[in-house]
Design a binder for this molecule. Structure first.
Ligand code: NA7
Length: 530
């Protein structure tokens, strides 16, 4: 049977774009399908005001092409969404990617044909194509979570979701705005919305920890130095658990004298960004150590927020770093403004959305516009939106009823020739996504090439290898404080979703080592068919 393509790639964000490029270099015939009108994935959809990456721009970028790395000029320490999207478009142009991407086309179904050792992929535009392999490049945070609050359709003003923001932007000037959510998207957008709106009411279910970004234009001398030493910086980054080049203090917070501990926290606070969690090595291992960091942040909130009662309500109570740490610019200070109000909805869920606003805690709140900063059905949502059927017509949904099961976050038993870039069970969202994506893309491309070189037509992970990996992912998660709260890492934000810690927490270096060992041992845990 002659197939239409060697590989179908689903998604043209950073994962899908590089996958296409890498496979082309190896001579494979590839078709990419992308729902959006353009490339960029997450950065195509998340256009809310203030949207930025929380990893520094010189690190949140591809490293596969030294030329690309040298020619692209980042302008700020943390790149804005428009700048990252420009970068994605630059990459698409530079490597002539668009000719193999079909835009505005959503993949609806992928079915494995056991006789042909091939997948049939169907789209909402009527495509039905066959390919030996399918690679999903769907992103981890790409299926927006619209909360099931009664009456959502009753609201008569406009409703915006941060994860699917209007491309033409939104002018809130003179408007009253209600914002549901206080995660990263809310923490980035609320200060910006408050600059325009006449009144903002923020509905907070769980207060979140955030550290200042201290964003600034990039100093050209600094950029020159980074560019001159890029390979060394990338190497250092790869050797850290999150794949980010920052200094990890290997000392224990509890074993460090109080004054020195405060100095370390303060230094990192003044520097800004996610490196705060690397102040000590045991912040996510030991409750007492964690409390020292949490209390440091609580004190900062009290310093900034003038009303002590409000400061208290803005102070998170859970383990710091359990939910993903946020990085902000002026978030708490925004609440000092008289036109910004915080409503606690932690005790009782929002009762309902009304025509004029919403009802919570027995009280009616009115506003002109509603912003849902309510996050995503993370890691599995985008995959399960596609009807993926492996051996015996078994769906991915059936396979994952108790939570995602993968081998290395890359493949699944019962779903041969299917690969997931940054799938559940891989470090993904616990790391700098770009290096994680590159590592996956390169591993997958090499694997597909290996299958071809052996004259095989099918590769599949064994159930034993998958079970062992799932067990290891669970054990690693259980050893930290990260699974101790209701986060999207464990699916707790989606009613009915199985509670399983989805990303692999063992760190980027250990994970790379494992992936490389699998290859070295002749694709250990996989079988080939001809
Ligand atoms: P998050 O971090 O999942 O935040 C979503 C927020 O919305 C969070 O505060 C939720 O409260 C809140 N939420 C969700 N549903 C409701 C309902 N029904 N009622 C009240 N509040 C609700 O998503 P983001 O988009 O901010 O960030 C996602 C990631 O993108 C982030 O971690 C960075 O990696 C980038 P909860 O905490 O669940 O109580």
């Amino acid at each position: 049977m002659s197939l239409d393509f060697d590989v179908v790639v689903i998604g043209a964000g950073f994962g899908g774009m590089y996958m296409l490029h890498r496979l082309r270099l190896k001579g494979f015939k590839v078709q990419v399908f992308e729902t959006g009108k353009g490339v960029g994935g997450t950065w195509y959809w998340n256009r809310y005001p203030g949207a930025r990456c929380d990893v520094e721009s010189v690190q949140y970028s591809y490293q596969f092409s030294p030329e690309l790395q040298q020619e692209w000029e980042w302008t700020e320490r943390y790149a804005t969404q428009p700048e990252i999207l420009r970068y994605a478009n630059h990459v698409a142009d530079r490597f002539d990617l668009r000719r193999d991407i079909k835009f505005e086309t959503r993949v609806t179904k992928a079915t494995f044909d056991e006789g042909a050792h091939a997948w049939t992929v169907e789209t909402d535009k009527g495509d039905r194509v066959t390919a030996r392999f399918v690679v999903t490049a769907l992103g981890c945070l790409s299926s927006p979570n619209t909360p099931r609050i009664p009456g959502l359709a009753d609201f008569k003003g406009p409703t915006y979701h941060t994860g699917n923001w209007p491309h033409e932007g939104v002018d809130f000037t003179g408007k009253t705005v209600g914002v549901i959510g206080t995660g990263s998207s809310a923490i980035q957008s609320i200060p910006m919305i408050a600059r325009q709106a006449s009144h903002v009411t923020v509905f907070q279910r769980t207060a979140n920890y955030t550290v200042p970004a201290h964003n600034k234009p990039l100093d050209p001398d600094h950029v020159r130095e980074v560019k001159a030493n890029y390979p060394a910086m990338r190497k250092r980054a790869k050797a850290t658990p999150p794949g980010i080049d920052f200094k990890i203090n290997m000392a224990s917070a509890m074993a460090t004298p109080e004054a020195e501990r405060q100095r370390e926290f303060q230094e990192r606070w003044d520097y800004g960004g996610l490196g705060f969690m690397a102040s000590f090595s045991d912040l996510l291992l030991n409750d007492e150590s964690n409390k020292t960091a949490a209390e440091f942040v609580h004190a900062k909130i009290r310093e900034v927020v003038k009303d002590p009662e409000l400061a208290d309500r803005l102070s998170p109570r859970n383990v710091i770093g359990c939910k993903r740490l946020c990085v902000d610019t002026g978030y708490w200070a925004t609440f000092n403004q008289p036109h910004v109000a915080l409503v606690d909805v932690s005790d009782q869920p929002i009762e309902r959305i009304t025509a004029e606003g919403l009802r919570a805690n027995g009280k009616d709140y009115t506003f002109d516009c509603l912003v849902l900063a309510t996050g995503f059905d993370a890691m599995t949502g985008a995959l399960l939106r596609i009807d993926i059927r492996g051996r015996d017509g078994r769906s991915l949904e059936e396979k994952w009823t108790e939570g995602p099961k993968t081998y290395l976050g890359l493949t699944m038993a019962g779903f041969p020739n299917l690969f997931t870039i940054t799938g559940p069970g891989s470090p993904s969202v616990l790391t700098n996504m770009l290096p994680s994506i590159e590592q996956h893309v390169e591993w997958i491309a090499d694997c597909i090439e290996y299958v071809r070189s052996r004259g095989a037509t099918l590769i599949e992970a064994s159930r034993d290898a998958e079970e062992a990996w799932v067990g290891h992912v669970g054990e690693a998660a259980g050893a930290t404080l990260r699974s101790s709260c209701s986060s999207w890492y464990i699916g707790a934000n989606i009613p009915g979703k199985p509670r399983v810690f989805m990303p692999y927490i063992g760190g980027f270096p250990a994970y790379i080592e494992r992936c490389e060992a699998v290859v070295k041992n002749g694709y250990e845990g996989f079988s080939l068919s001809f």
